[in-house]
Design a protein around this ligand. Structure first.
Ligand SMILES: [Zn+2]
Ligand SMILES: [Zn+2]
Length: 162
């Protein structure tokens, strides 16, 4: 289990569509892997942070919530405000204090912007279902065609509302 580097208590695991986010129940700090972040925040931000974390130019302050080693604090300017993020180049994890993660600009997917939350959920469920069926009936082409037809029907039903 991972601990908050500030409060030293266990982080709660939560599943975001992009992957796992570890959150401190007391200070709301978050540990998020670079791979998950790549799906959530724009490339230029994550690339800059990662480059800086690997440069060994910055002072170490906190301990990594994953490996407990001291890790560098990397500055990044966000809307004229400098925030410092603790990054472990070994574990590929970034620690965000309080609302630091929320303050960063997010990556937006065109399709997700257009769909209502219910439509998105329905689509996600169907995609999971179809994926399972494809796995089980991978040699049955007739069934694959049927799966595709179901997805198309659902997509049609969702988009017709707009
Ligand atoms: Zn905490
Ligand atoms: Zn680490």
């Amino acid at each position: 289990m991972y601990n908050c580097p500030e409060c030293k208590i266990q982080l709660n695991k939560s599943l975001n569509p992009a992957g796992i986010i570890w959150t401190c129940p007391t200070c709301s700090g978050k540990a998020i892997s670079v791979y998950v972040l790549k799906k959530l925040i724009p490339d230029n931000i994550i690339n800059k942070l990662w480059e800086r974390a690997k440069s060994c130019k910055y002072n170490v302050r906190r301990e990594c919530p994953i490996c407990n080693k001291s890790i560098p604090e990397v500055p990044i300017v966000n809307e004229d405000k400098t925030i410092y993020l603790d990054i472990c180049a070994k574990c590929h994890f970034i620690w965000f204090d309080g609302q630091e993660y929320e303050s960063l600009p997010k990556r937006e997917k065109e399709t997700e912007k257009e769909l209502s939350p219910e439509a998105r959920e329905a689509l996600a469920k169907f995609q999971v279902k179809i994926a399972d069926e494809r796995y089980e009936y991978v040699y049955d082409n007739v069934w694959l065609d049927m799966g595709q037809a179901i997805v198309e029907t659902v997509l049609f039903m969702i988009f017709r509302r707009f």
